[in-house]
Design a protein around this ligand. Structure first.
Ligand code: PLP
Length: 455
């Protein structure tokens, strides 16, 4: 306990955490996670929790996989790092690119590496701009994104991000980004059918193109299911229809699969397998290495690569990349992670247990504050409201998302609060028994929250 207290103090004094809520941090400090194994993590005080968020949508094969650690150690001692610039390469980066080309939809065969999801999205915008320059269409620069999208926090990725609160204190690159409405079935206009809602969203895209001019638009970026913005599952056919609009106007489709790839929806990539679209670019990170090492990858179509790879004049290069593009240790971790996913048929577990998780979580809608339970497979969310009929929100000061998460954590389960939402995005190795245990905990946590709000 003394060591835990000392660590807690050092953390509070010196570590600036991502997305810190300082009003809460000042009083709570941090839970320092010290151990992890399978579906569990443990903090410095020795409290053990079920991990309900896979670290942060990423530890897909679960914690404590020795063989990933060993593959990383082997690579780190053999050849920890060397440049991949200037026609240099390394074995894991090469093998992983080949493997990703194999796993991805058939037309995506070229891989650009970065260090995570934000950097992958950022690099993608540069690649897209480079592509249209090579085609002699330099005015095609603007990226169409959506309100409530989350694409990261480097400046470009943050500009693509449409969660307004993320950018309260910052500028967005407005000359490069335009936002459409998010596809939010729960909060769609009163009385509108899902298919009419889909028509409405597609028409908004068409109208936006007409207003801005297709000659000025490079790409449309979308998470197949919006994650941090509230696990929003679009109406049936939405992505296919948005893709058709893109094709019609020579606009590239970028699928941000940072969360949805690597099994969360039961497939290595969701775009084609789940939503029936063939994006020009798919970005992935997180589950690619199951979070054992930082890594992002941008998968590029054959057609796009043919243009990118055209030789330039003297001195011209594709000037985008990072010191750690294709980091050997990260790529070794990803290769072993994929080997485990294939050997243990992790995607099949998601296809089997996912619908059970959806079904069991749906029972929680009997609680007074639970307005919506939504998501797909191992990507789920509870939306807390003040009034189920009007869908009015509780006041921000009620901190309902934090309350539910705190009550769950006090009962041995970590889930993620995002404003009034609670996100559940488990390691992909949860079984039905774990789902039952989790739903029991959430049931109690929600009852305690309702009591707390009444008090
Ligand atoms: N894109 C999506 C869909 C994400 O959910 C995230 C992170 O949660 C990112 C991009 C950013 O990734 P990173 O935090 O690795 O930069």
């Amino acid at each position: 306990p003394e060591r835990a207290q000392a660590l807690w103090q050092k953390d509070k004094d010196h570590f600036i955490h991502p997305f810190t809520d300082f009003s809460r941090f000042g009083t709570h400090g941090c839970d320092i996670i010290t151990e992890s194994e399978g579906i569990h993590v443990q903090d410095a005080q020795g409290n053990r929790f079920i991990d309900g968020i896979a670290g942060l949508w990423c530890v897909n094969v679960g914690h404590g996989r020795r063989e990933i650690g060993e593959a990383m150690a082997e690579q780190a001692t053999r050849m920890a790092y060397f440049s991949t610039f200037n026609n240099l390469s390394n074995v894991p980066a090469t093998l992983l690119a080949d493997k990703l080309a194999d796993l991805a939809p058939a037309h995506l065969n070229h891989v650009f590496y970065s260090c995570g999801g934000s950097a992958a999205n950022d690099a993608t915008v540069r690649l897209v701009h480079y592509y249209f320059n090579r085609l002699g269409k330099p005015s095609k620069k603007r990226i169409i994104s959506r309100n409530n999208a989350y694409h990261g926090t480097t400046y470009m990725a943050a500009s693509l991000t449409g969660i307004a609160s993320n950018n309260w204190d910052f500028d967005t690159l407005d000359h490069l980004v335009t936002y459409l409405s998010e596809a939010n079935c729960y909060r769609r206009p009163e009385g509108m059918s899902e298919s009419a809602y889909c028509d409405h969203l597609v028409q908004e895209f068409e109208d936006t193109i007409a207003r801005l001019g297709a000659d000025n638009i490079a790409a449309f970026i979308a998470e197949p299911i919006m994650g941090a913005g509230g696990v929003l599952v679009a109406p049936e056919g939405y992505l296919r229809r948005m893709q058709a609009v893109c094709r019609k106007h020579d606009i590239l489709l970028i699928a941000d699969e940072v969360v949805t790839a690597f099994g969360r929806l039961g497939h290595f990539f969701a775009s084609e397998a789940v939503f029936g679209v063939q994006p020009d670019i798919i970005n992935c990170a997180k589950g690619l290495s199951s979070g054992y090492a930082p890594l992002g990858a941008t998968l590029i179509s054959d057609d796009m690569y043919e243009v990118l790879s055209r030789p330039q004049g003297p001195g011209g290069v594709l000037s985008t990349g990072f010191t750690y593009s294709g980091h050997p240790v990260s790529c070794a971790a990803a290769l072993k992670n994929i080997e485990i996913m294939e050997r243990e048929r992790i995607c099949d577990n998601v296809l089997e247990v996912g619908p059970y998780l959806e079904e069991r979580l749906a029972t929680l809608s009997r609680h007074a504050t639970v307005g919506d339970v939504r998501g797909s497979h191992f990507m789920m969310c509870l939306e807390n409201v003040a009034d189920k009929t009007t869908r009015a929100l509780l006041p921000v000061e009620a901190r309902v998302g934090d309350r539910v998460a705190d009550e769950a954590q006090a009962r041995g389960l970590i889930i993620r609060p995002v404003g009034h939402l609670n996100i559940i995005s488990p390691p992909l190795i949860w079984t039905r028994e774990v789902v039952d245990q989790v739903v029991d905990i959430l049931d109690q946590a929600l009852s305690a929250t309702t009591d707390g709000l009444r008090a």
